[in-house]
Design a protein around this ligand. Sequence first.
Ligand code: TYD
Ligand code: MG
Length: 450
Amino acid sequence: MAKQKNVFFCKECGYEASKWMGQCPACKAWDTFVEEPALKIKGKIRGTALLAEPQLLAEVSGAENSRITTGFQEMDRVLGGGIVIGSLVLVGGDPGIGKSTLLLQICMKLTDKKHRVLYISGEESLQQIKMRADRLGVFKGDLLLLSETNLDNIEEIIRKNKPEIVIVDSIQTMYKEDIGAAPGSVSQVRETTSVLMHLAKGLGITIFIVGHVTKEGVVAGPRVLEHMVDTVLYFEGEDKASYRILRAVKNRFGSTNEIGVFEMQDKGLREVLNPSEFMLQGKPEDEPGSVVVASMEGTRPILVEVQALVCQTNFNMPRRTAAGTDYNRVNLLMAVLEKRIGIQMSGMDAYVNVAGGMKINEPALDLAVVLALLSSYRNLALDEYTICFGEIGLTGEIRGVSMAEYRVIEAEKMGFRTCILPKTNADNIKKTGMKLIGVKNIRELSRLFT
Ligand code: TYD
Ligand code: MG
């Protein structure tokens, strides 16, 4: 008998190598290589389309009207305006974050509207899915359920039942018999996804794949298949917070900046259509170190509180932390404060936090971070009806940011009265009920605060 040939895969990104390596040359992750049997490709490789003839661009039928709305506005926005027929969507996230719940609720909404949906679970029995479904509400339509992990059977059932939408929960439990590796291994995950891709494109059905993000163990993470699917969504949330954020990381049919906000309740997920209100819940009043920023998430402005705490250090090396934003950026802004205004930051501990567990990496956050630091350092609270946004450069100049008008409108809607913003932006906003304070540099900003 011929000796079984083994290869090594990076379980983070799927990079293949003939020998074990400590660090993956592709994604630079450490200690991620696992040994698996080499893939043997039997038969010929199938193409994605059924037609092998070239077609004229003008004759290819348009796809704009071929979107299905999920019934969740937040989900539709993240998908770029609804589900695209024949697409392959990966929904990734930590175990227990609510992926199965989200997709089952979408199934409920879709079957209500008479779409044919098949939900395949490799993790839960039919009884368990039924229990969860009962918790979520009343399913008026007909939802097809299947508890199966063998992909050959699944393929047959999909071809027979011809559903419009299929959910595969999760890809790490699926396997193809002719691959000699365990379910969840890099080769199984890759191969099963490629079969699902051919099914989606060939039959024109939309397939949602659930993928668990895994930190340890030999199970391959969703990054292995990111490049194979049309859309990659990640479902994220803090451990203790009840809200969840759905974020598009890749989208062949829409923008990747959009987020959808949900709240996990005892009867499943609820959409949060006004995230600003949600994020500002529990904001302290008249406390130094608390500032509200108008940040853009895709096309939607969201108001978020930024907090800073600056105090004398007890150590030789001051402690600095940044939660919810870039640590290096906060350090840089502190250096700018020190150099341009002469505040002795080097002897100070500083903790910066974006409240509510949001992650913001937008330059417009700079001004809020600096204001929060100044406010805490001088122990002076900012007026509670004031918001701000703006980018800060290395010379302390305050630079304009995009979509200033949207930010101001959102702030006004939420009851704010004053906005501190870059001078260039302030000059361009014509009509608003807000008091606009345009600032050119960090010195002007500091003078607002004495
Ligand atoms: P689940 O969808 O099973 O997570 P995943 O598929 O991403 O692993 O979500 C499980 C968690 O959600 C679990 O901790 C219980 C909680 N949950 C609620 O709080 N309310 C609900 O109505 C449901 C169905 C789940
Ligand atoms: Mg699940």
